[in-house]
Write a protein that binds this ligand. Structure first.
Ligand code: ADP
Length: 271
């Protein structure tokens, strides 16, 4: 990751190219012929109700799930490549999910959480930490402004503090794209504010953001493109000014809402 401020390129090369991606969980079709193209450095939000298939889409990007090949032409390409070593692929992404936080139940310090990102583990287990890894951890702690609490165990941190260390863990491999899966669940207002500022700073540094959420207010101003997802399908894909409206959001969540914008953030009220 480049920690200087560089604007995201407008017409960068494709990062994710999916066409006709269908995924089943058992008998159930959970992703239904999805097609999408995301460019390098692009910031996008995938918004939809619970059960829409958002997490399954993310897990399909990370090749935890694979599309079914039903005779139709399928494109399943990342960074121009169809075939990937899964470890290399996952290093291209940093992933922060609400679930991940609950896997850190032992007395691991914040700094150890960040370093564990180098080993894709939950803790260090006597692994050798190189001076280069230590330097990287220092850079990340400074960038995220969490160095002052890095020796505290995760179990003694607030949800908001812990979430920022998970972002740090996701950044160790300088990912091209940071994936945030329902990242603000269980954060109070203060923590939500700090978290948004952190994500905005990362987006402004040129790292792409893929945000998956059911909360409109998670969509930071740097995200201009929104994909509305329901029943395993991408129903609409376009600029947020067009899609974050009473009509589209009311239809998406099947409830009458009033959507308002304030200081670059969107809120749904009246439901
Ligand atoms: P979202 O993230 O939008 O809430 P998910 O992708 O988690 O949606 O789930 C989409 C659907 O797939 C849901 O009906 C869910 O119950 C089902 N599902 C998710 N993961 C699995 C799994 N591993 N096995 C079977 N069904 C699953």
């Amino acid at each position: 990751m480049d920690f200087t401020t560089t604007p995201a390129p407008d017409k960068a090369s494709p990062f994710i190219e999916f066409d006709n991606i269908t995924v089943f969980h058992g008998e159930k079709k959970v992703l239904d012929a999805l097609s999408v193209m995301l460019r390098q450095g692009e910031n996008v939000a995938i918004l939809g109700p619970n059960g829409a298939g958002k997490s399954t889409f993310i897990k399909t990007i990370l090749r935890e799930f694979y599309p079914c090949l039903d005779g139709n032409k399928v494109t399943f390409r990342i960074c121009g490549k169809d075939v990937w070593d899964v470890f290399d692929l996952r290093s291209a992404f940093g992933v922060v999910s609400n679930d991940l936080q609950f896997t850190f139940t032992r007395q691991i310090t914040g700094r150890e959480v960040i370093l564990s990102g180098f080993f894709s583990s939950i803790g260090l287990f006597n692994r050798e930490i190189t001076p280069e890894m230590d330097r990287k951890a220092d850079d990340i702690l400074a960038f995220l402004e969490i160095g002052h609490i890095c020796d505290r165990p995760m179990t003694e941190m607030s949800s908001g503090e812990a979430r920022r260390f998970l972002i740090g863990r996701a950044m160790v491999h300088d990912p091209e794209v940071l994936i945030l899966d329902e990242p603000t669940n269980s954060l109070d207002l203060h923590a939500l504010h700090a978290f948004r500022q952190t994500i905005r700073k990362i987006a402004q540094s040129g790292t792409g953001i893929i945000l998956v959420t059911h909360n409109l207010q998670d969509i930071i101003p740097e995200i201009s493109r929104v994909i509305l997802m329901k029943n395993g399908r991408f129903e609409h894909d376009g600029p947020k000014e067009t899609l974050l409206t009473d009509r589209y959001i009311g239809h998406l969540f099947e409830v009458p809402v009033h959507v308002k914008e304030e200081n670059g953030y969107y809120y749904a009220t009246g439901y």
